[in-house]
Design a protein around this ligand. Sequence first.
Ligand code: URA
Length: 209
Amino acid sequence: MDTVTVIKHPLVQHKLTIMRKKDTSTAGFRRLLREISTLLCYEITRDLDMTMETIETPLARIEAPVLEGKKLVFASILRAGNGLLEGMLDLVPSARVAHIGVYRDHETLEAIEYYFKAPEDIGNRLVVVVDPMLATGNSSIASVEKLKERGARNMRFLCLLAAPEGIKNFQAAHPDVPIFTASIDSHLNEKGYIVPGLGDAGDRMYGTK
Ligand code: URA
C-alpha cells in the first residue's frame, strides 16, 4: 500500500506551529496536543465502513448509518503516544486501548520492548497505532511488529511529525500500514531528533526537562 497522508487542515497546521515554538508552556503543549489529536482522529477515521441500522426517531422509523464492525483499537507507543490518546478517546469513547512500551537505546537508537498489553481479539479490529514522532522509525516498526505477532492485520499509523528517514524505514518494514501525519519535516539530526521538529515530545507534554 505504501501511503503517507499529510493532514493539512488549517486548524491542525496552526496548532502544530504553536506546539513547535520552544516557549510554549507544558500546559499549553498538552492542551494543544489533546485538541490536535481530536482533529487527526477525525481525519484518520473519515473512510471507516458504515452499515445501516433501523432506528426510531420521535417522528419516524428510518434506516440510519452507523459504524460497521468491531470497536477500534488505539495503540499507544509509550510514553508520548499517551498524549494523543485523550483527544482521540474524546471522539471515539468506545475504542479499546493497547499500550506498547519500547524505549530507544540512546547509543544504538534501537527499540527495546518492556511492556505490551492489547485486547485479545485485536485481529478483528482496525488498530490505529499512535506516536507523536516518527523519527528513526525504530520504536514504531518494533511496536507494529509486536501487534502483528498478536494477530493485528488492519493497521494505520498516526503521528504528528515524521522525518523522511523514518517514513522510509517504516514503509520498508510495514508497507501494508499507511502513515498519517501532520507534517513531514526536513531530516533527523545526529542524535535522532526531528529537525525542525518540536523537541522531545514526551518531555514537552510532561514537563520532564
Ligand atoms: N522523539 C521525540 O520526542 N522527538 C524527536 O525529535 C525524535 C524522537
